[in-house]
Write a protein that binds this ligand. Structure first.
Ligand code: ADP
Length: 508
């Protein structure tokens, strides 16, 4: 043991320069010296800062092994490191959890340095300690924040991954072929349905220009024009029909819809193109239309014959045979009804094939309406048809077809207001237009049905059983009005009644 170091910090006793002791006591770092030659390596010196940091007094420090500073907290990896360094007589710096006399934790950054004699034997250890609790807390806080940020990132990534998977599964489940294009119409992504539809592989498709794909089948001038406008104008391409003999799959009818892609409310420079093979659907529709056309023609011929025979029969029956004449006249009414139904079916097939001929000629519009009301009134005695207003115009249009429109609206108004006694027709003229309004106070139409009643064969579900019909009257009306350059619409409230109105330019 160097003679200048004794178990006391009184520098006079130690024979050391008082200046060095003053210097040691002035340090903010705790300094201790242990004597390795004594049993249990006791502390033989400490400076003032050590007392301040640990809260122990000299009496409680001198002669003790340093381990009292760890209290019960023995299982620290730093202790094992210190032990090893001491055994090997090496320097070491560790961060170790220490406890003050009051039991408060403080983090100690401990530097231990061995002192050796001339034989190389470790005689003493000098320990220098710094309270780094504050730094540690900041570090711990930082670590916690880092962990929380990492956790959030992980959660977000997971969310993103699952929404990506969700999106992918939707894209792959959809039966339509989907293609994502960049602003130059280069294919960025396609779904399996597209590859299956066109019997192509991804390598034949990805990074190729849309217009170069499979024999340049998409290089269609009008389609190109529509697609070019999507990004700058945001106008989607809706239900664009492409009929083409495709390389691997033959002649097909494809329905194209294209939109600019929108992500989180922002439009991207990407186009999503959906391609649907409607070949079979079109074929079935065509067959239905063909059937309609053939059936209505075939039905008309025998009906015309029956009508002739009934007329003939009327002549052979004497005026006195009232009963027979009454039956014949009832047959006439039913034949007329059947004839009208067949005529309607024929109209539908004519409209579908674009063959509904509208012949324009000048006629008295109000008289046409009056005559139509009269003939509807004849067969519908339960309701009174009230006519209000007049147009006073000579209309240039197809009188027969316009009368068909008014008649249809009237018979509907009567049919769908069975508990009412009156329906009305209002006429008006403004500018170059005439307007007809047919009103009833019957069953009315719901908002969702209002959008569909002008469709071919559409009938409101819950009243189908109560009222007979084929769901084509309004479709024909709309087509006739459209062909006259007019519009037709309905205002209605469920349970309160409906008003069907149409306008047409009368000079056309
Ligand atoms: P149909 O009367 O033969 O069913 P329409 O094409 O004339 O066919 O009418 C389509 C549907 O619109 C009808 O089935 C009915 O549900 C509804 N509709 C038409 N006119 C009226 C009306 N005046 N009041 C209530 N519903 C109506």
């Amino acid at each position: 043991m160097p003679k200048n170091l004794k178990n006391t910090s009184t520098y006079e006793d130690q024979g050391l320069s008082p200046l060095i002791y003053q210097a040691l006591d002035a340090s903010v770092s705790g300094v201790i010296i242990t004597d390795n030659r004594l049993p249990d390596n006791p502390i033989i010196y400490h400076n003032a800062a050590f007392e301040k940091i640990t809260g122990y007094s000299k009496r409680e420090i001198i002669g003790h092994n340093c381990r009292f500073l760890q209290g019960e907290d023995r299982q620290q990896p730093a202790r094992a490191k210190i032990k090893e360094a001491i055994q090997k007589g090496q320097h070491i710096t560790v961060e170790i959890r220490n406890y003050t006399k009051q039991g408060d934790l403080f983090w100690n950054e401990l530097y231990i340095s061995p002192v050796k004699d001339s034989d190389g034997q470790v005689t003493h250890f000098i320990g220098v300690q710094n309270d780094i609790t504050r730094r540690k807390r900041v570090e711990e806080k930082l670590l916690m924040e880092k962990e929380s940020v990492e956790k959030k990132v992980e959660e977000r990534t997971e969310n993103l991954r699952s929404s990506q998977e969700y999106l992918n599964s939707i894209i792959e489940t959809i039966r339509e072929g989907l293609v994502v294009l960049d602003p130059h119409f280069k294919v960025l992504k396609v779904n399996k349905a597209f590859l299956k539809l066109f019997k192509v592989s991804e390598t034949e498709t990805i990074n190729k220009l849309l217009f170069d794909l499979g024999n340049r089948q998409w290089d269609i001038e009008t389609l190109r024009e529509l697609l070019v406008k999507i990004l700058p104008t945001n106008n989607p391409v809706l239900d664009y029909v492409v009929e083409h003999d495709f390389p691997h799959i033959g002649p097909k009818t494809m329905l194209l819809n294209a939109h600019r892609i929108e992500l989180e409310g922002k439009y991207k420079d990407r186009i999503l193109l959906a391609i649907e093979d409607v070949t079979d659907r079109r074929e079935i529709e065509k067959r239905k239309d063909d059937f309609l056309s053939i059936a209505s023609h075939e039905l008309k011929t025998p009906l015309t014959a029956i009508r002739g025979y009934v007329q003939l029969l009327k002549r052979f029956i004497s005026k006195e045979n009232i009963k027979a004449l009454d039956i014949l006249s009832k047959s006439d009414t039913q034949i007329e009804r059947l004839n009208n139904l067949i005529a309607e079916l024929l109209d539908v097939s004519k409209i579908k094939s674009g063959k509904l001929d509208i012949h324009h000629s000048a006629f008295d519009f109000d008289k046409m309406v009056r005559d139509t009301i009269e003939s509807v009134q004849l067969t519908n005695k339960e309701h009174k048809i009230v006519l209000r207003g007049s147009t006073g115009v000579i209309c240039n249009g197809d009188e027969t077809h316009l009368s068909q429109v008014v008649g249809n609206l009237l018979t509907n108004a009567i049919k769908y207001s069975p508990d009412q006694a009156q329906v009305s027709v209002d006429l008006a003229r403004f500018g170059d237009q005439v307007k007809v309004m047919v009103s009833d106070q019957g069953v009315g139409i719901s908002d969702s049905d209002k959008k569909r009643i002008f469709e071919r064969f559409y009938r409101v579900k819950n009243i189908q059983k109560r009222f007979s019909g084929m769901g084509i009257g309004l479709y024909i009306c709309q087509q006739i009005v459209l062909q006259h350059g007019g519009t037709i619409w309905v205002d209605s409230e469920l349970g309160k009644g409906s008003t069907f109105s149409f306008t047409i330019p009368y000079k056309k």
